[in-house]
Write a protein that binds this ligand. Structure first.
Ligand code: GAL
Length: 695
């Protein structure tokens, strides 16, 4: 307990001293548009091949090399004995070939001596079984011994490379994921976290509702981590589980901040500090970090899923980059892709060849969405071990570019051409600004809804993405924002299934609408307080005044159920979720249920609030047609024009360039103005193709 408090204290002190994180954009001069890099693991190859490889990396057009991510065993082969001569040599080779270095802290994979001598540094799973040496991400990030070792190796690296002019920045760890840890260290840290939050056990009992099933605690010492593995679904307290998610995410963020603070004691202020979250991150919450300059993401769109149309299995899931590229900007204002799939992977349900052009299209997608860097895992395909079958940009012979490698080369050439055409100071065209949209979303709502979905048809992760896709089909610029963000710069704010609220948040929404904003609130919003309790009032009570209606009841149908909704003269189908609404007298009903025993009841309502509007969509449909038509109506009603791009066709504007990508299986002909100047590609966008133009 004592050790843990000291750890917390040290971290607080360190973060206090280093609270000045940089303005992220300054690391990436606008005129460079995006900078490209590649993961290279010199420790995987014979030393006599290093120079050949690095020369090749430069020759292909890359600008930085990503190093040392999993190389702890080579930097500290024995406890306390550090060896950096090998890495110095690689860094020097990068300098020789004009390549920058992105250095990584190796905390995701620990050397064998750590598991042997300090087994407590590993996490425990839900059966209280210790993680074993041999894979990654199994360090118990709250364990003081593990923390101590991380501190030492990160310090050594920071001292050695922190002033190296060729090192542009640092990636912390690898794909932080807030893994549940049931080890004794974590049990202790969880209790400490709860004490900090609740102070008194009575407060915890109230928040967790422990009067139910005799879960009551007399003292914090009786509390253990809620364990779904052992107790099963029914025995689990959703409020305790929500706190465990919060604790795990807080701890993960604090672990990154801890590493960042160590680095900042030694590194130049010109080196950035970031990490690489997975595109779909349901555990780690990037917005909880305080010390990162910005966050990046890793994108593997194709794991053998069906996606859009016949060619979708080769083109990948179009929502991966779409979502991640916006979401990760909510830390530091900019983002980029740290890893992008360079070809078939080894872990998909099946791993098909990609349609020619796909890697380049993904790269353009990250660029289009504002990406400041585009890097790829990995340079050479490895000839041995767990990722043998995973493509690299270079094939197993060590010298020939793979299909993805060739596409990367092309992309880098084209970016260099675009840089020549870059004109500073371009501002977003009026037509686009008039559609500016924000989607409010946070992981806490994901956690609480996903725990109690109430229908297996509720797709928690993809639900907010549905609205992102609709807004993108209108060609709206969309930000994915936290609830603390300033809403006033957006014409439209979408609040999809935002389950947990408090009165201050609802007040902020009301003010936004009253000042002329257009709010779109959807089902499940405001049904719970921040602890996940229902209100001792009607359903969604805090927003009933705002939406001008009461949510009277909620229905769900089976997967082949046929719910019917009528809006003007058009019928829509639904079967996932339906709130039956009772509108107030000044509220307009936009759509009604047209079958079931409640036929005629309101499903979608619109309410004027001050100078703006609030629309409540009480239904979740699979095909999203109803939602899309409602949104179109709202945008048009507010004076914004909308495009009508088909699924998988995304168009962006950045730095004076329009960029379109096509994940669909059909050709798409872009409607362009007479003055449009095509820079890359053709007006007819084939599947997997890219079009860049200016106007
Ligand atoms: C990523 C990971 C990489 C590599 C890759 C394989 O999630 O960060 O290190 O394992 O997957 O697809």
């Amino acid at each position: 307990m004592k050790r843990c408090s000291i750890l917390v204290l040290i971290t607080i002190l360190i973060s206090g001293l280093n609270a000045t994180s940089q303005v992220a954009n300054r690391f990436f001069p606008e005129k460079n548009l995006t900078t490209t890099g590649i993961y290279y693991y010199p420790e995987h190859w014979n030393e006599d091949q290093w120079e050949r490889d690095i020369k090749r990396i430069a020759g292909m057009g890359y600008e930085f090399v990503h190093l040392a991510e999993f190389a702890w065993f080579k930097m500290e082969p024995q406890e306390g004995k550090f060896e950096f001569a090998w890495l110095d040599k690689v860094v020097a080779l990068c300098t020789k070939y004009n390549l920058k270095v992105l250095m990584c802290t190796p905390s995701a994979t620990t050397p064998a001596w750590m598991r042997t001598n300090y087994p407590e540094t590993f996490v425990m799973d839900g059966h209280y079984i210790r993680g074993e040496h041999g894979t990654r991400g199994l360090g118990s990030i709250v364990n003081p011994a593990y923390r101590g070792f991380v501190e030492k190796v990160v310090t050594e690296m920071a001292v050695r490379y922190g002033q190296n002019k060729n090192v542009i920045g640092w990636q912390l760890d690898n794909e932080p994921d807030a893994k549940p840890d049931y080890s004794p260290s974590s049990q202790e840290a969880f209790r400490q976290w709860l004490k900090n939050k609740y102070e008194k056990i009575e407060a915890l009992n109230a928040a967790w509702g422990t009067a139910f099933w005799s879960q009551w605690y007399n003292d914090f010492s009786q509390v253990i981590i809620p364990n779904t593995t052992l107790v099963g679904w029914w025995g689990n307290n959703p409020h305790a589980l929500l706190d465990f998610k919060r604790y795990s995410a807080d701890t993960q963020a604090e672990f990154l901040d801890f590493q960042a603070a160590i680095l900042r004691r030694h590194i130049s202020k010109d080196q950035f500090v970031t990490t690489n979250y997975t595109a779909v991150s349901t555990g780690a919450d990037p917005r909880r970090t305080k010390q990162l300059d910005f966050a990046t993401y890793t994108a593997y769109p194709n794991g053998g899923s069906n996606n859009i149309g016949d060619l979708g299995f080769r083109l990948g899931n179009s929502s991966v980059i779409l979502f991640a590229a916006e979401y990760y900007k909510s830390v530091g204002g900019v983002s980029g892709v740290m890893e992008i799939q360079p070809g078939p992977v080894n872990w998909g349900s099946y791993n098909p060849l990609l349609l020619p052009g796909t890697v380049r299209m993904w790269l353009y997608h990250t660029f289009a969405a504002g990406g400041k860097l585009a890097s790829s895992y990995r340079f050479r395909q490895i000839n041995y071990s767990a990722e043998q079958y995973h493509a690299g940009v270079i094939q197993t012979d060590g010298i020939s570019p793979s299909a993805g490698g060739e596409e990367y080369i092309q992309f880098m050439k084209e970016i260099k051409e675009l840089r020549k055409l870059y004109k500073p100071g371009a501002s977003m065209p009026e037509k686009l600004a008039a559609r500016s949209t924000a989607i409010l979303w946070n992981l806490e709502n994901y956690w609480t809804i996903d725990r109690q979905k109430q229908t297996s048809q509720w797709d928690t992760w993809n639900y907010p993405i549905k609205f992102l896709e609709i807004a993108k089909s209108f060609d709206a610029p969309v930000d994915l924002i936290p609830e603390t963000a300033d809403l006033s710069k957006y014409k439209f704010v979408i609040i999809p299934a935002y389950e947990m609220v408090d009165s201050a948040l609802v007040k902020k929404w009301r003010e936004y609408a009253a000042n002329g904003g257009h709010l779109i609130i959807t089902c499940r919003t405001a049904t719970k307080d921040r602890m996940g309790h229902f209100w001792e009032a009607e359903c969604a009570a805090p927003i009933s005044g705002l939406i001008g209606a009461q949510v009277k009841a909620t229905d769900m149908l089976s997967s082949n159920g046929k719910g019917d909704i009528l809006m003007e003269s058009t019928h829509y189908s639904w079967n996932n979720w339906a709130d039956l609404l009772a509108p107030d007298k000044n509220t307009e009903t936009l759509a009604v249920f047209d079958n079931q025993f409640y036929s005629g009841k309101a499903a979608v309502v619109k309410h004027k609030v001050g100078k703006g509007t609030v629309t409540y969509i009480g239904v979740d449909t699979d095909d999203a047609k109803l939602e899309a038509d409602i949104l179109k109506e709202i945008y048009t009603g507010a004076g914004a024009t909308t495009e009508n791009y088909p699924p998988g066709v995304f168009v962006y504007w950045r730095d004076g360039f329009y960029v379109a990508v096509n994940y669909s299986s059909e050709n798409y002909t872009m409607n362009m103005t007479e003055t449009a100047n095509i820079i890359v590609g053709e007006k007819i966008l084939k599947p997997g193709a890219v079009l860049v133009w200016s106007e």
